[in-house]
Design a protein around this ligand. Sequence first.
Ligand code: 3PG
Length: 400
Amino acid sequence: KTLKDLGDLRGKKVLVRADFNVPLKATEITDDGRIRAALPTLQELRTQGAKVIVMAHLGRPKGKVVPELSLAPVAKRLGELLGCDVTLAEDTYGEDAQAKVAAMNDGDVVLLQNVRFNPEETSKDEAERSEYAKKIAALADVFVSDGFGVVHRAQGSDYDVAKVLPSAAGKLIEKEVKALSRATENPERPFTVVLGGSKVSDKLGVIENLLSKADRLIIGGGMVFTFLKAKGYEVGTSLLEEDQLETVQGYIKTAQERGVELVLPTDIVVNPGFPSDDTPVAPEVVPADAIPADKMGLDIGPESGKLFHDKIVDSKTVVWNGPMGVFEVKEFQAGTKAVAQGLVDATKAGAFTIVGGGDSASAVRHLGFKDEDFSHISTGGGASLEFLEGKTLPGLEVLQ
Ligand code: 3PG
């Protein structure tokens, strides 16, 4: 169900679940991509003359009121982007929320305080969550679920509320599902998947599912060292998941059997260790099969950057999740830049490109790329990964 199925919303109180889990430095939002992504739904509701009550979480306060995780900076930024006042309620469903909702005019926006300040939000007890969801639902007439980043969680404000109120998916969820399905259901080929980030163990499900769909799998980031080790190379002091070696050897074999091209880096940028007050930034490029015993790999090398870029450009569908190196440090960001540029060039050449995962989305913006350089930047971290794994996502299922 989508917004249209909810009928005329003029004067109605519409409760919207958004994902405003944005990165913060003290109270400064360092990437407002998730807030921007919620605007089409919120603007549409305001245009229709609805009273818009938004709820969201920030961080993992574990059911306690943590002042640093207040949604106050989000309310401010959302107001700037919408061009209207956004009133922040001090609680999620208590007296303050009720009073602020009662005072709303058509087109007004109220943001409820961090739903995860309530222990029931993330409770494993469905009955407890359900009682809590009823209290939030009492504030509104209908529910619009638009926090794509949380649909993999069966939590009070995205799952249980949908069982209480007439509900529909918002424009962001519609857009995300359409884009990610285009890659997973019937991708135009060649279909290339680029995976990075620190851990193989975070990406097991994705690799397994996509090994039967992709034509090409490109691996970089911290997780690549487990692949290099599985091939028999030494990886120095680089990140290594010994307990995944056998699984990764299995993936290498499956890729061969299925004719999936597995692309690994041929050179690596190493450093004496992870940069810190005691460890200097002293990068050095070495062949991927000759990483010195006392060095740590922190990025793919320039030859690999070019290789990855060219393979990406030679694709019709590209899904990328996870940075290629420690992109926050400029000496180790060239690999991530090369991959991002590959997607940009592929998009220009007519390919369908998706940047998935909170880290990759932040990485491309941090590196100066624009959202419109890609076909789709997913707002989901875990949610987009689980979607790519082919899992059933409770927050989507409940809307069907
Ligand atoms: C995210 O940041 O991926 C979503 O907002 C979900 O957050 P969570 O992993 O804390 O549930």
